[in-house]
Design a protein around this ligand. Structure first.
Ligand code: SF4
Length: 312
């Protein structure tokens, strides 16, 4: 595998003739139907949104959902958006990066009244040098109005929607308390594609009781749904999650770095060329990580290891 991977960075650079940096934002008031009790409570067994958005979790006294009539947090959200975009733009501009894609990352970013989403997305697009948006969400949380609106925006802006698919095996999705099945994920992706949106699917390798064959079956099946891009993640365990209990009791064994590299290599090998890779791994560099330890490695060390394995 010595050919350069078709990465998102390369795709954006080709399209915008300049490096484009994703700017992650997380706003107060957003939650997830798998946390607030609409679909389930407690969230996915591996999810601790505190691990990537501690301030949001502490401020979560008011949360929005699809039926919220009023949004008392709008001013605060606009202020947070402004601060986060400006601060990160300044930091990246110092490194010579001139164009940006605002990434609504934390929780479920279509799970709020349409009027709120419209204001926030349009505000994000109004900043100089912002070429588009990437919106992370769940397949059960996008209404037709939002699909149509994003489709309209995508006529002039770079618009991506990111769905956590994780696995095509419903028994696995149940084990991780995902709150939707594989058919729901497929339906949402097909719908987004029919509306002309760019779709990124997130896959997790190392889910409870999954074999390498199952992980590759998931990859192969999801590639066939017409996705434009993929993110591969290893499942890692952080404190204060259901998965942490399973780890402690011995019910869950994390994927080793060698197993992960092996399945990743195969998954990339069977991937159609046109599907862009947005991530080949993920990790967390703080003391909330419980296992596997290699998910706490620095980005450079992790990428050096995976690149060596992918090219071996
Ligand atoms: S869908 Fe995302 S935010 Fe919601 S519980 Fe699962 S991992 Fe957490």
């Amino acid at each position: 595998m010595n050919k350069p991977l078709p990465t998102f960075g390369r795709y954006l650079k080709r399209k915008f003739k300049s490096r484009v940096q994703k700017l992650p934002v997380g706003l107060s008031g957003f939650t997830c139907p798998n946390i607030d009790g609409t679909v389930a409570k407690g969230g996915c067994t591996f999810c601790s949104n505190e691990s990537f958005s501690p301030n949001l979790a502490q401020n979560a006294k008011i949360t929005l959902n699809l039926t919220s009539k009023k949004n008392p947090l709008l001013e605060q959200q606009l202020h947070e958006l402004d601060t986060q975009i400006k601060q990160t733009q300044i930091a990246f501009k110092k490194r010579g990066i001139k164009k940006f894609l605002v990434y609504f990352q934390s929780f479920t970013n279509t799970y709020a009244p349409f009027s709120t989403l419209k204001i926030l997305y349009e505000k994000a697009l109004s900043y100089p040098d912002v070429v588009g948006l990437s919106i992370g969400t769940r397949s059960d949380s996008v209404c037709d109005e939002v699909y149509d609106y994003l489709a309209e925006l995508s006529k002039t802006k770079e618009i991506w929607i990111e769905f956590g698919v994780q696995s095509i095996f419903d028994e696995t999705l149940k084990k991780i308390n995902r709150g939707h099945n594989a058919a729901n994920a497929k339906e949402a992706i097909l719908k987004a594609k029919a509306k002309g949106l760019n779709v990124c699917a997130h896959l997790i390798f190392g889910l409870p009781d999954e074999t390498k064959e199952m992980m590759l079956q998931t990859a192969k099946e999801v590639y066939s749904w017409g996705i434009d891009s993929v993110k591969y993640h290893p499942l890692y365990v952080v404190k204060n999650t259901m998965l942490a209990k399973d780890l402690k009791s011995g019910k869950f064994t994390p994927i080793s770095k060698e197993e992960y590299a092996d399945v990743l290599k195969e998954a990339i090998k069977i991937k159609p060329e046109h599907i862009i890779i947005q991530r080949i791994t993920a990790g967390i560099d703080d003391d909330t990580l419980l296992a596997p330890d290699w998910c706490g490695w620095s980005k450079n060390k992790m990428m050096a290891f995976l690149n060596k394995e992918l090219n071996s």
